[in-house]
Design a binder for this molecule. Sequence first.
Ligand code: ADP
Length: 543
Amino acid sequence: MQGLMQDWPLLCHRIIDHAAAQHADRPVISRSIEGPIHTTNYAEVRRRALKVAQRLDRDGIKLGDRVATLAWNTWRHLEVWYGILGIGAIYHTVNPRLFPEQICWIVNHAEDRMMFVDLTFLPILEKHAAGLKSIERFVILTDAAHMPQTTLKNAVAYEEWIGEADGDFAWKSFDENTAAGMCYTSGTTDNPKGVLYSHRSNVLHSMMAGMPDAMGVSSCDVVLPVVPMFHANCWGLALTSPMLGASLVMPGARLDGPAIYELLDTCKVTFTAAVPTVWLMLLADLEKTGAKLPHLRRVVIGGSASPRAMTQTFQEKYNVDVIHAWGMTEMSPLGSLCSMKPEYAALAGEARLDVQMKQGHAPFGVEMKITDDSNRPLPWDGKTFGRLKVRGASVARRYFKDDTEILDPDGFFDTGDVATMDPHGYMQITDRSKDVIKSGGEWISSIDLENLAVGHPKVAEAAVIGVRHPKWDERPLLVVVLKKDQQASREEILDFMQGKIAKWWMPDDVAFVAEIPHTATGKILKTELRERFKDYRLPTAAA
Ligand code: ADP
């Protein structure tokens, strides 16, 4: 027997309809690419998104067509997203930090028909335009006054382009399982893989993200997603914020410490989210200027492990609660958030920080398990680590144009992460399975060592890789970037770590470097470091 409730498909553009009806005047503030701060609101974003939809429709973009965006977080990017969604086309966020060859590969693989581009990326795109075979037209996200001369095919300024639409248009209707958006994983080793979100999975993910023990955003919040829309849907915030009626602050192209601080301060931001490298820059800037963060209440840190010292500084020096979060492109991206269940809520000081080093617990909609290599479940004792696998309403079941089976026999996706689960359901990432250091048959977590090393007051950034060892197979090498104008010896760094970890986890050596390479999503590029140090001879290797 079927229920007798209304059929109300979970379509993403219903989110902007809701925001325009219930939170019409809520500000959407952006740092424009042209420079000045721009303010609009949800009613206006919807009005212009309808023009985008109408204009796309007139340009022949149909249900299921892919439309690329190569753009920072701004109000225009938001309008474009909802416009694309509203006609059943698919927004494809392309990460501009990828190599141009990778961008061409991804765009061709997705067969994107149009591309919306920020001014920032014109020079590089023009150089590689011949490689972007499927693109029929480029829409430059600016107005006529700022439109430069360009050789890009059928290029038009965004404001001119939507200016030709009157907005007298209705969203198309279709099934909630229709594809909505697309994002390729970085593919540091293989070719990138396309993750294809549906309207239903995006809407459910947004509801999940907003829950009190997840991001817990409300209409009283002012949300600054520093994490870009091209990095796994800016962790859902471009959909979750209008769904909940929270005000949005979009940082545009400037993600440096002073620029982010200015927005946090002038827009009275209460909630923000980004990867640790962004927060390193902000905290370094605050240390220099002595500025405080009186409005900010919560910061989500994810994408890589939040170093203990960072969590501590935010909470103790700036009175900002840290929510450590874990996820991946394949999960839309949220998988777990470290909010405090009653079992841990009363903890303070170091004991609380111990819990906050964990990546947290899964919200409704995500199931988790840890298994051995034969898919046998491992205990949730906080110590045993195994392959972390997930199943849920917004988890990928296959990649775009790829028939490879990616689920285990129970329908779980192997995340490629190695993790522990504690008795209260808190997951902690030990490592990426390919980054874990295998020493004498035992595993050493590179993440734990990195987190410890960055706690040293002179260390700006640290990476740990396994280096070949004649006796132990692999031993950890600590690669360190010192803070500006600081000097430190190998012994000084190792002494600091001594006693804080098992003796056999201690790095065998420390290499000081000027810079650590990063992936397009701001993570340490271990493959390149391993390549650079592949012939490194550890002082212990002769023993
Ligand atoms: P990429 O950035 O490589 O395109 P994702 O953003 O999907 O891909 O990265 C997902 C991976 O990032 C996870 O599988 C995990 O290894 C790592 N990751 C994400 N959040 C955290 C975290 N809080 N702590 C440790 N690792 C994390």
